[in-house]
Design a protein around this ligand. Structure first.
Ligand SMILES: [Zn+2]
Length: 116
């Protein structure tokens, strides 16, 4: 397990998370394709906002099952909340917003979200 920190561009939102961050998921759905996420998923309990509760706006689309939380000031979406296949609460972290993560060395897993 690795501990990472990160946040949005303007610094209003800061998070910390514990998990496995050597792999990133890239999804081709209409939303992810526009935002270019490199996502990692951790159990909701392994994620905490250290700053910025109330500083983000939540966007829903499609089946409304994912809370896409973007900073109300700078617009950067550093994290989201959702539910895993087994019904457990998860947090999705945009690794582009994590401190010290080398995006070039991540293993990329492609997810075919556009057909769901
Ligand atoms: Zn911001």
């Amino acid at each position: 397990m690795t501990k990472i920190t990160g946040g949005c561009h303007c610094g209003a939102i800061r998070f910390e998370a514990e998990g496995e961050f050597s792999t990133a998921f890239e999804c081709n759905c209409s939303h992810c394709a526009m935002k270019g996420f490199k996502l990692a998923f951790v159990p909701r309990d392994n994620f905490s906002l250290t700053q910025g509760e109330g500083a983000y706006t939540t966007y829903h689309f499609n089946k409304n099952v994912i809370d896409h939380n973007f900073c109300s000031t700078c617009g950067v979406e550093a994290f989201g909340y959702g539910v895993g296949p087994d019904g457990s609460e998860m947090a999705a972290i945009n690794l582009r917003c994590a401190d010290g993560v080398n995006l070039e060395t991540l293993n990329i897993q492609h997810v075919n979200g556009k057909d769901f």
